[in-house]
Design a protein around this ligand. Structure first.
Ligand code: ARG
Length: 575
C-alpha cells in the first residue's frame, strides 16, 4: 500500500510538471507515514513541504495540486484525500480496497508478504560470536537474538542469508589458559565440568600474574608455541574449543537459534602473514618506527596496526581475512556484524582498512550495533562477585517464572503441556524483551516487565494469539477458498488496515535492521485485536457477520504467529 501511494505521488508530480503546474525540480524522497491520530487518515505525506523548499509556491497550494491530481485518477483506492495545515496530504484507504486486499490475504495467507525483493542480495550475518573457554554471558544473548531475528526477517522477504558465528578462539589469552592448565589443571575435573573449570583457570592465572609478572611471559611463550603448531598445545587448545562449542550449541538449542556456520578467528591464521606481506608490497601498509606494520585510513586519525612489533598478528588482521573469505566463499553482496556498541571504533577501523586494501567496499559492510544489558541498579549485568551471569541460568529462571503464569491461567491442562507452554513463554519473554527495545539503547533487565501478561511483552502477545486460537477452535472455523469479505464496522476496518501494515514494518526492518519495529507493531496489533473482540461479538454474531469476523480473527492470528516466529518466538495455540 505504502509503495503504491509513493508511486502515485511520484507520477502525479511528474504529470504536474509536464502540465507546467509545477516547475522543474528534483523530486525529493517521498516519505509516507502512519498518522498517530486516526482523524488524519491511514497514511500521510509531508512531500508538499519538501517541494516548497525548492519552488516558489506555498506548501498548502502544492498539497492541493497533488490532491486534485491524485483524485482525478479514477481509482477506487481511496475513500478520501484531504489537505491539512501546514501542507500535509492525508489519505484514507477505501473500504472496497481493504476488502479486496483482505480477500486475497485470506486465500494466500502471510505468504503474500513474501514478494521477491527488488534487488536480491546475498547477505552474511555474523552474530553471537562468543569467546571460547568462557561461558556464554548475558551480553552475548543480545547479539544472538537480534542476529537470528534479522536472519529470519531478511530470509522471509527473499534475500539469500548465510548465518555465521565468529567465535573468539585465538589470541594471547589462550596462551595464558594453556600455561594455567599446565601449572594447575586437573584433567578429570575439566572433563566433568569443562566451562567452569576453564574459567577458574583464567581467573587464577590473572590473580597469580599480578603477584608474579613472569607468568605473563610464560603465557606469551605458550601462545607462540601454539601459533607455531606445537603438538601438545594444539591438543589442549582443540580440546578447550570443542568443549566450548558444545556448550554454546546447547544454549542455541534452548534458544531455538540455528547458526549454519561457525568459523572462528583461528581459521584465518595461515592467511595472515601473506596478507600483511601483500599489503606491504602494494605500498598500502608501512612499517612504523617500532617495527609494527600499519595502514593509514582516509578520514581516521588513527592508523590501524595489522602486525605487532614482535611480529605477532592481531585481531584486525583476522577480521580482514574473514571479510575477504566471506565475500568470496558465498559471493556475498553484504556483510552484517551484529556486535556490541563497544565494537564501533574497532569495526569502523577494520572496515576502513578493508576498503583501503580493496577487500570490500564500505557500503557492503554494516555494523548492527546494540547497547548493554544492565541490572536494576543500572550496572553491568553480573553476579555479586562481578562475574557474568551465565545465560543458561537466566533462561531456566524465565521458564520457571513462566510456569507459574501458565499454572494460574490454565490449571486443568496436563502437566506436560503446561511445561512445554512455559518453555515457549519463558524463552519468548526473554527474547521479546531484548528485541522490543531500540537496539542502540542499553536495556535494564526486568523480570516483571518481561513477563507482564498485560504489558508490552511476549506473554501478552502470545496470550492474545492463544485467545484467537481458542475462538477459532470453538467456532470449528475452516478457511473458505473464496470468502466474500465485507467490512461493516469501524473496528473491523481497523483490524483489516492493521494487518496490512505488517508488510511495511518488515520493509522498514529490511532497510535499517531495527527489529523493535516488529515488536512494537505486534503489540499494537494485539491491542487492536483485544478491543475488537471485547467490543464486538464474534462467536455469537450472525451469518455473514460471524463469517467475516472469524476470517479477521484467523488472519490476524496468522500475522501474530508469523511476526512472533520471525522474532524467533513461538506462538502456542493454548496458554
Ligand atoms: N568475540 C567478540 C566478543 O565476544 C565479539 C566479536 C564481534 N565480531 C567481530 N567480527 N568483531 O566480544
Amino acid at each position: 500500500m505504502r509503495d503504491k501511494i509513493t508511486k502515485l505521488i511520484e507520477n502525479s508530480i511528474k504529470t504536474l510538471q509536464k502540465e507546467k503546474v509545477f516547475p522543474k525540480f528534483d523530486i525529493p524522497e517521498i516519505k509516507i507515514e502512519h498518522p498517530k491520530e486516526k482523524i488524519h487518515g491511514d497514511y500521510s505525506t509531508n512531500i508538499a513541504m519538501e517541494i516548497a523548499k525548492q519552488v516558489k509556491k506555498k506548501p498548502m497550494e502544492i498539497a492541493e495540486n497533488l490532491k486534485s491530481q491524485i483524485s482525478n485518477l479514477k481509482s477506487d483506492l481511496f475513500e478520501k484525500i484531504e489537505v491539512a495545515e501546514p501542507g500535509f496530504v492525508n489519505f484514507w484507504i477505501s473500504k472496497k480496497e481493504l476488502e479486496r486486499l483482505f480477500s486475497e490475504f485470506v486465500k494466500k495467507g502471510p505468504k503474500i508478504f513474501q514478494r521477491r525483493p527488488k534487488k536480491k542480495e546475498t547477505i552474511v550475518i555474523e552474530y553471537s560470536s562468543p569467546n571460547i573457554a568462557k561461558p556464554l554471558g548475558v551480553h552475548h544473548l543480545r547479539s544472538t537474538i537480534i542476529g537470528q531475528a534479522l536472519v529470519n526477517i531478511l530470509r522471509f522477504v527473499g534475500h539469500k542469508v548465510i548465518s555465521l558465528s565468529f567465535p573468539g578462539d585465538w589470541g594471547t589469552q589462550f596462551g595464558f589458559l594453556i600455561a594455567a592448565f599446565k601449572r594447575w589443571g586437573n584433567r578429570e575435573k575439566l572433563k566433568k565440568n569443562p566451562i567452569p573449570e576453564m574459567l577458574d583457570l583464567y581467573v587464577r592465572f590473572s590473580q597469580e600474574a599480578k603477584k608474579d609478572p613472569k607468568l605473563i611471559e610464560e603465557g606469551r611463550r605458550e601462545f607462540k608455541k601454539l601459533e607455531e603448531g606445537d603438538k601438545e598445545n594444539r591438543k589442549i587448545w582443540k580440546w578447550f574449543s570443542e568443549e566450548s562449542l558444545k556448550d554454546f550449541s546447547e544454549i542455541y538449542k534452548l534458544l531455538d537459534v540455528k547458526i549454519e556456520h561457525t568459523i572462528g578467528e583461528s581459521f584465518y591464521t595461515p592467511e595472515l602473514k601473506p596478507l600483511v606481506k601483500d599489503a606491504l608490497k602494494r605500498g598500502i601498509a608501512e612499517r612504523g618506527k617500532d617495527g609494527s606494520i600499519v595502514i593509514q585510513i582516509p578520514g581516521s586519525p588513527t592508523p590501524e596496526i595489522i602486525q605487532k612489533s614482535d611480529g605477532a598478528t592481531i585481531y584486525t588482521t583476522r577480521e580482514l581475512a574473514a571479510i575477504r573469505h566471506r565475500l568470496k566463499k558465498w559471493r556475498a553482496t553484504k556483510l552484517l556484524y551484529v556486535a556490541a556498541n563497544q565494537q564501533t571504533f574497532h569495526l569502523k577501523q577494520v572496515f576502513g582498512t578493508a576498503q583501503r586494501l580493496g577487500i570490500a567496499k564500505l557500503e557492503q559492510l554494516f555494523h548492527v550495533k546494540f547497547g548493554m544489558m544492565l541490572d536494576s541498579q543500572g550496572k553491568k549485568f553480573a553476579t555479586r562477585e562481578g562475574c557474568l551471569i551465565p545465560l543458561k541460568e537466566v533462561l531456566e529462571e524465565a521458564i520457571q517464572r513462566a510456569k507459574k503464569i501458565v499454572d494460574e491461567l490454565n490449571p486443568s491442562l496436563p502437566e506436560k503441556t503446561k511445561k512445554s507452554i512455559a518453555r515457549d513463554v519463558g524463552i519468548g519473554a526473554v527474547k521479546f524483551f531484548d528485541l522490543s527495545h531500540n537496539r542502540l539503547a542499553d536495556i535494564i533487565f526486568d523480570w516483571d516487565k518481561m513477563l507482564n501478561l498485560k504489558g508490552f511483552s511476549a506473554p501478552y502477545i502470545q496470550y492474545t494469539h492463544a485467545r484467537l486460537s481458542s475462538i477459532l477452535r470453538k467456532a470449528k472455523f475452516k478457511k473458505k477458498r473464496n470468502p466474500r469479505f465485507t467490512i461493516s464496522h469501524p473496528l473491523e476496518r481497523e483490524v483489516t488496515a492493521a494487518i496490512f501494515r505488517f508488510d511495511e514494518v518488515i520493509q522498514d526492518i529490511v532497510e535499517a535492521y531495527f527489529p523493535n519495529k516488529l515488536a512494537n507493531y505486534l503489540y499494537e496489533l494485539a491491542n487492536t485485536l483485544n478491543t475488537f473482540y471485547e467490543t464486538l461479538p464474534v462467536l455469537k454474531a450472525e451469518n455473514n457477520e460471524r463469517e467475516n469476523r472469524l476470517n479477521l480473527v484467523s488472519g490476524a492470528k496468522e500475522i501474530l504467529k508469523t511476526g512472533l516466529n520471525l522474532l524467533g518466538i513461538p506462538a502456542p495455540e493454548k496458554m
